[in-house]
Design a protein around this ligand. Structure first.
Ligand code: ATP
Ligand code: MG
Length: 335
């Protein structure tokens, strides 16, 4: 058993931190704003996200994690430092903390090491690493030690991680670099093509959250896309129907469902029967889009269990992984 003080979900969209005996203490966008000339950090998290697309030239706003892996090492390190400090302040931790951080399954050793190293440099005593779908499995509180097979699907912003877990270990898994941010991109493309309206990332995400659907709604919902007319360059508030968002995002949703079906195909029949009996457990912020559960149920024939706070599941799993982290993955000063 490992005494983990802090669990970190270093996500493409959000960084979530779980602290032992306290729970989730940080849930902030993985965004950093800094001054280009001096490299001085101006803001992190929600404050930095609000600055996207609105800063003068001398300030840059960056998402240092792309598709689940670190794309800007220095900024990631500084962002984690700010969050870990914030977390530690909320609960007195004596001495250096032991931290468990998650990475998407299928990342390279180099990418894994980069994540551990960045966390280590926040002043950790030891760093453990856990694959995201396994952390999600632990975080759901399902009895993963039982010989029965369970399927976990975590739809994040940059990656969708799927795993079948039995007897406390992953039996099959898959990670695809298709997730909820791809819904945003698909919405942007669709509105540009259909209406000649250009939308920013944040407005597209907002529209997705407000009226996004991957399955027909009982009643069509209406939202407004706040963007810019391409021809005139003027601001526009375009009325958009949820059925249009469904059309725009259909292909991305299908890719996610196909990946789930692929994992089911390679899973032994006994485990598939267990999964059918228990249901597929869905987590990640991307699972919150309207109709995702129904779509998966319809296409796989397996019922879906949704989590109450799906975006917090991975960090909770990392923070409570005690008996599931192996000694071999300890990262110490020789990183
Ligand atoms: N209510 C909602 N409806 C639709 N999408 C949502 C909703 N809430 C959050 N999302 C989307 O969920 C995504 C973020 O989910 P999450 O925090 O699990 O991702 P992440 O862990 O940062 O990414 P990854 O695991 O891929 O690295 C964002 O794309 C966000 O737009
Ligand atoms: Mg995630």
């Amino acid at each position: 058993m490992v005494n983990i003080d802090i669990g970190i979900d270093l996500g493409t969209c959000n960084t979530v931190i779980y602290i032992k005996d306290k729970g989730i203490v940080v849930n902030q966008p993985s965004v950093v704003a800094y001054e280009v000339k001096t490299k001085k950090i101006i803001a992190v998290g929600t404050k930095a996200k609000k600055m996207i697309g609105k800063t003068p030239e001398e300030i840059e706003v960056v998402r240092p994690i792309t598709k689940g892996v670190i794309s800007d090492y220095t900024l990631t390190e500084r962002m984690i430092k700010a969050y870990v400090r914030n977390a530690i302040e909320q609960r007195k931790i004596w001495g250096k903390p032991t931290i468990c951080v998650c990475v998407p399954s299928g990342v390279t050793q180099v990418e894994k090491k980069a994540a551990c190293d960045a966390v280590y440099r926040t002043g950790a005593k030891k760093v453990y690493v856990l694959e995201e779908p396994f952390a999600a499995a632990i975080g759901t509180n399902v009895d993963i030690d039982s010989p029965k097979g369970h399927m976990f699907v975590d739809i994040g912003g940059g990656t969708t991680d799927i795993a079948v877990v039995s007897k406390g270990a992953i039996s099959s898994s898959k990670s695809i670099r298709v997730a909820s941010c791809d819904f945003d991109d698909a919405i942007i493309k669709y509105l540009r093509k259909k209406y000649g309206v250009e939308l920013g990332d944040v407005s597209a995400e907002q529209l997705k959250i407000e009226i996004g659907s991957v399955y027909p709604r009982a009643q069509d919902a209406l939202g407004y896309a706040k963007g810019k007319e391409l021809m005139k360059g003027l601001p526009v508030k375009l009325p958009v129907h949820s059925s249009e968002i469904e059309e725009a995002t259909g292909e991305v949703a299908d890719q996610i469902v196909d990946a789930i079906k692929n994992v089911l195909e390679v899973t032994p029949p006994e485990l598939v029967n267990d999964i059918a009996e228990f249901g597929i457990v869905l987590s990640g912020g991307g699972s919150k889009i309207y109709g995702m559960d129904t779509l998966i149920e319809e296409k796989t024939g397996v019922r879906v269990r949704k989590m109450e706070k799906p975006e917090l599941v991975v960090a909770t799993g990392a923070g409570t992984a005690r008996k599931y982290v192996a000694e071999e993955v300890v990262i110490t000063s020789d990183v």
